[in-house]
Design a binder for this molecule. Structure first.
Ligand code: S3P
Length: 428
């Protein structure tokens, strides 16, 4: 288990790029594996989570060649029965989307993951997939490992009680193999990468505001997928620049799909100086350069439909709020309790260690603003986003902070610490 020692205090400046988007990288491998012909993926995220997806689809018989760590070629078409358990490591996205794919296959597969994954709720995908006709055995409470015997499926009309792209995507991927159409309706829109990519690969898919309907039967065809930089990774640098005096940072080639840009809207509402430049489209996804400079922030109240649009950015937002004038209230974040850690409690304990006044609620957080933070020893609890939030918080302090248990950062952001050094001049 490795630790980081971070010595503040430096401004964020210059031009940087963050690695490829995790959600899009997973989907490109999975959908490419189902499509006929070659799918060429550029700027693939070579993180532990996404490498698991590659390994698992190889175990399902797909020919996947790595031209380099970030340049992948998938020759898909059909899957075959794996001869061993499929291990998705720490990846909730990987496991839940894989369950949907397996539900449509006429063979048995057993899927599992690490200790954190084996505690995270899988009922949300098991129930709809069973309704479609898949046989799924799980530990009590529908926890992984899952044994999935797929085969004949029928389309369903799912009214999901939670806005979850993982649930929506799992059911849509199963829907590709079903008899009849599948519709998923969400309380408010979650990230729509699956819909965009399925369409680009040739699926018949219609979207309304909160619903998406897939008509099975179209042949998916391989294509090139250019993965944009991950806004969830950029989030830590955006917030670092905003809260550190003297900062001015440009982050190039970031995915700015509107279902992912809740953090930018939230920070703008707090008074952040943020803008998008060089806007373009890459493989059906909007991409831009994010330009950010140190700003005075004002405490604000957030809840409702913006939450799914920044569900992974709440740790970064909470850190920004600790530097705002007045209180920030974040509501409707009960889903944070079932992420890689219980993030309502791990964000609270990490920021409290550093002197922030932050109050956990059942489904929310109240953060008293005012900064500044103080150096401390902080535990990531094995959660990559808590480790990265703590490292950024440390760069605002005078002195030395130790972030414990940081290997988890490789699940989403290999090279994070090097980039932090580069953007802040730290350690140089
Ligand atoms: C993801 C969906 C979100 C998000 C996760 C990635 C995806 O999870 O938190 O990091 O790629 O579909 P939920 O669907 O559980 O909200």
């Amino acid at each position: 288990m490795s630790d980081w020692t971070i010595r503040g205090k430096q401004a964020f400046s210059g031009d940087i790029q963050v690695p490829g988007d995790k959600s899009i990288s997973h989907r490109a491998v999975m959908i490419g594996s189902l499509a006929a012909g070659e799918t060429h993926i550029t700027n693939f995220l070579p993180s532990e989570d996404c490498k698991r997806t590659v390994a698992v689809f190889r175990s399902l018989g797909v020919d996947i060649a790595e031209r380099s760590a970030t340049d992948i070629s998938v020759r898909g078409g059909s899957l075959s029965e794996p001869d061993d358990v499929l291990d998705m490591g720490n990846s909730g996205t990987g496991l839940r989307l894989l369950a949907g794919v397996l539900a449509g296959q006429p063979f048995l597969a057993v899927v599992t993951g690490d200790k954190s994954i084996r505690q995270r709720p899988m009922k949300r995908v098991c129930e709809p997939l069973r309704k479609m006709g898949a046989t799924i055995f799980a530990r009590s409470g529908d926890l992984a490992p899952l044994a999935v015997r797929g085969g004949y499926l029928k389309g369903i009309d799912l009214e999901s009680p939670i806005a979850s792209a993982q649930v929506k995507s799992s059911v849509l991927l199963a829907g590709l193999f079903a008899d009849g159409q599948t519709t998923v309706t969400e309380p408010s829109p979650s990230r729509d990468h699956t819909e965009r990519m399925l369409r680009a690969f040739g699926a018949d898919l219609k979207r309304e505001e909160r619903s998406v309907t897939l008509q099975p039967g179209s042949q998916l065809r391989g294509r090139t997928v250019e993965v944009p930089g991950d806004i969830s990774s950029a989030a830590f640098f955006i917030v670092g620049a905003l809260i550190t005096p003297g900062s001015a940072l440009r982050i190039h080639n970031v995915g700015v799909n509107p279902t992912r840009t809740g953090l930018l809207d939230a920070l703008s509402a707090m008074g952040a100086e943020l803008s998008l430049e060089d806007q373009r489209e890459a493989s059906g996804e909007p991409v831009a350069t994010i330009v950010v400079r140190h700003s005075e922030l004002k405490g604000t109240r957030f809840g409702g439909a913006i939450i799914p649009r920044m569900i992974d950015e709440i740790p970064a937002l909470a850190l920004a709020a600790a530097f705002a004038e007045d209180d920030t209230v974040i509501e409707d974040i009960g889903e944070l309790r079932v992420k890689e850690s219980d993030r309502i409690s791990t964000v609270t304990s990490a920021l409290r260690e550093m002197g922030a006044r932050i109050h956990p609620q059942v489904e929310g957080l109240i953060i008293e603003g005012g900064g500044p933070l103080t150096p401390a020893t902080v535990d990531s609890h094995g959660d990559h986003r808590i480790a990265m939030m703590s490292a950024i918080a440390a760069t605002t302090t005078e002195g030395e902070t130790i972030v414990r248990d940081t290997d988890c950062v490789n699940t989403s952001f290999p090279g994070f610490l090097d980039l932090l050094h580069r953007a802040t001049g730290m350690g140089s």
